[in-house]
Design a protein around this ligand. Structure first.
Ligand code: ATP
Length: 357
């Protein structure tokens, strides 16, 4: 297995910079998610690791070996794409066997390995079928089996679950995560689905416009976003942001004010900052009836979700979303106060949208 090191990777297509000086270390056996919106450069980064794209500048190492100039076939990577592209005229067995056939492996060895990997993915009873005789989830497993059969050092996956329906995605993502750990394989997983990244990855690299904004564990990027963009990209609903003015030891939001959170007291003074964005997650606040200490506003809407409900509160011109227990009754326009869990508040510089630190 290998550790991957990306050093100052830039990739240009003509004048367009798709990757802008990327530095990233992916540990041996780590599951790294590359998360970002459409067009942010995730796939380009994945294909650069695979060797399909050559970086315009920068180096790539697998362990201590510089593979920047090494062609894809000599990097021993397994690739799984979004559209699994199985060969329609080949049975499942031959589809999985294909990479070994290319290597001209002995017949017996091919058979042994194909059966082994098929068992691992619970598709050993499908080996005799053609791709069109399989469900989407089964086809997807075949594609993963084909990537794993040559025992790659690195597994690279480009939105492999996006063609599956919502329920199957959740089922397969749990299996895929387990399989990756069982095999002890280094995996890089491209997705624009924040829930998928949070659920599967050891660490997440959040990418925007060809740059990595933050790399961290799911907890770190979720609770301690370094940019407003990261807080807004992760979570459903995403983090709330309201503009606030610093007034001595308080943050003023329209007519409401809350104490500056303990973790920011010295810092705000040191930075001498006056205008911030107050960030908090919908689960890190509660809606209390009537006017009290907190963000005072009115119930704008409420959406029951089964066990809980999302309450949207208008705080003057700002709107915030907060989870409330299922049984609680709200009416439109009702006066309420949003009380935020102080230690979960994240403050951002209003201008740069970077978290204060
Ligand atoms: P998606 O989730 O939509 O696949 P992505 O984050 O994977 O998006 P990339 O496919 O890496 O994004 O593309 C990043 C940018 O680079 C896009 O603006 C895209 O148009 C551009 N790009 C990608 N491949 C090429 C290419 N071969 N030639 C020119 N531009 C390209």
């Amino acid at each position: 297995m290998v550790k991957i090191t990306l050093e100052n990777i830039t990739k240009k297509f003509g004048d367009f910079t798709a990757l802008d000086n990327i530095n990233l270390k992916i540990d041996d056996r780590e599951f790294m998610a590359l998360l970002g919106p459409s067009g942010s450069g995730k796939s380009t980064l994945l294909y650069t690791i695979a060797g399909i794209y050559k970086p315009t500048s920068g180096r790539i190492y697998f362990d201590d070996r510089d593979v920047t100039e090494v062609p894809p076939k000599d990097r021993n990577v397994g690739l799984v794409f979004q559209n699994w592209a199985l060969y329609p005229h080949m049975k499942v067995f031959d589809n999985i066997a294909f990479p070994l056939e290319l290597r001209k492996a002995p017949k017996q060895e091919i058979e042994k390995k194909v059966i082994e990997v098929a068992k691992m993915l619970h598709i050993e009873n499908l080996l005799d079928r053609y791709p069109w005789q399989l469900s989407g989830g089964q086809q997807q497993r075949v594609a993963i089996a084909r990537a794993l059969v040559k025992e790659p050092d690195v597994l690279l996956l480009d939105e492999p679950l996006s063609n599956l329906d919502a329920l199957l995605r959740i089922e397969v993502r749990a299996e895929l995560k387990r399989l990756q750990k069982e095999l002890g394989i280094t995996a890089v997983y491209v997705t624009h689905d924040q829930a998928e990244a949070l659920a599967m990855a050891d660490r997440i690299a959040v990418i925007r416009e060809g740059k990595i904004l933050q790399v961290g564990t799911p907890d770190e990027v979720y609770y301690k976003p370094k940019y407003k963009f990261v807080g807004g990209f992760l979570g459903n609903p995403p983090m709330n942001f309201v503009e606030a003015e610093v007034e001595n030891d308080y943050l003023r939001v329209y007519e409401s004010r809350i104490p500056v959170p303990g973790q920011y007291r010295g810092l705000i003074e040191k930075l001498g900052i006056k205008e911030v964005l107050l960030g908090f997650r919908p689960h890190d606040a509660e809606v209390v009836k009537g006017i009290s200490e907190g963000l005072v506003g009115e119930v704008y809407s409420f959406e029951p979700l089964g066990r809980e409900q999302i309450v949207t509160v208008s705080v003057d011109k700002a709107f915030v979303k907060v989870f409330a227990p299922e049984g609680e009754h709200f009416t439109f326009g009702e006066k309420v106060t949003v009380k935020i869990r102080e230690d979960r508040i994240v403050l951002f510089d209003k201008k740069t949208e970077k978290a204060l630190e």
